[in-house]
Design a protein around this ligand. Structure first.
Ligand SMILES: NC(=O)c1ccc[n+]([C@@H]2O[C@H](COP(=O)([O-])OP(=O)(O)OC[C@H]3O[C@@H](n4cnc5c(N)ncnc54)[C@H](OP(=O)(O)O)[C@@H]3O)[C@@H](O)[C@H]2O)c1
Length: 247
């Protein structure tokens, strides 16, 4: 098998479940030293076992700068470098405009926006030319999906970071891109849809390909953006959404 990430050090925030976990598994199979983060130790421990290949779990909140700094201190000690950052941790909350309060605002922007900034910024001293950053956006960043303007705006900010940071990091040879999933069948979403079959039917009908994504399908796009196969792709947003954004 082609191992595109042999001896590469890959950091995935929010890697203990969902898209992050699926991505961690693929990187590990392709030879990477994978570091995942998450807030719950138990979930992190289970994920590390599932990923195998010497994956490491570092408990921490992506919104907490001290936790992010501690993650990179450990990697500095273990490997002295980072080759790939997948800034994946993100939270989703519905909050119609007239119900938005300080708590909603901070809950979403602290993780989805501030967390992404410091996850990438604090990795930079360990990143050399040829390394890559992939940010997890969402089709929500390009849509006015009702009742979730904070989430939509947080993902529009993520998309914008890839544009600006492509310029900010070009001298250093670090590429930045965004993967933007549509509805993706994570464990959480699967259990929600099992209880709401009519919602699942409506969601499927809204997608040109007629279904939600599997986490693995998003993961494969992340590996492409992180690998040298995408060596001339920069500041780009790759939708993995069954055609929702494009059609
Ligand atoms: N699933 C979708 O349909 C979909 C669509 C578009 C975009 N996305 C984006 O994809 C990313 C991953 O979503 P997902 O659906 O895969 O989520 P998920 O299945 O709920 O998994 C989230 C993972 O992130 C961790 N996490 C959550 N908040 C964190 C924080 N503050 N710091 C560190 N880790 C944190 C969770 O563990 P702990 O809770 O233990 O921390 C868990 O490992 C998000 O950015 C989301 O916005 C998802």
């Amino acid at each position: 098998m082609n191992k595109r990430f042999e001896n590469k050090v890959v950091v995935i925030t929010g890697g203990s479940d969902g898209i992050g976990l699926a991505t961690a598994k693929l990187f590990a199979i392709e030879g990477a030293h994978v570091y995942i983060t998450g807030r719950r130790q138990e979930l992190l421990d289970e994920a590390v076992k599932e990923i195998g290949h010497g994956a490491v779990g570092v408990r921490g909140d992506a919104a907490n700068a001290a936790d992010v700094a501690r993650l990179y201190e450990q990697i500095q000690q273990d490997h002295q470098k980072v080759d790939v950052v997948f800034a994946n941790a993100g939270v989703y909350e519905v909050a119609p405009l007239d119900a938005i309060d300080d708590r909603h605002f901070d809950a979403i922007f602290n993780v989805n926006v501030k967390g992404v900034v410091f996850t990438v910024q604090k990795a930079l001293p360990l990143m050399a030319a040829g390394s890559a950053v992939v940010l997890n956006g969402s089709i929500a960043g390009s849509k006015g999906l009702p009742g979730q303007s904070l989430y939509n705006a947080s993902k529009a900010a993520v998309r914008s970071f890839a544009r600006s940071w492509t310029n900010d990091l070009k001298e250093r040879g670090i590429r930045v891109n965004v993967v933007s999933p549509g509805g993706t069948e994570t464990r959480l979403i699967r259990s929600y849809l099992d209880a709401q079959p009519e919602v699942e039917k409506a969601l499927n009908q809204s997608v040109p390909l007629g279904r939600l994504a599997q986490p693995n399908e998003v993961a494969r796009a992340v590996l492409f953006l992180a690998s040298s196969e995408s060596s001339f792709v920069a500041g780009h947003e790759l939708f993995v959404d069954g055609g929702v954004a494009a059609v």
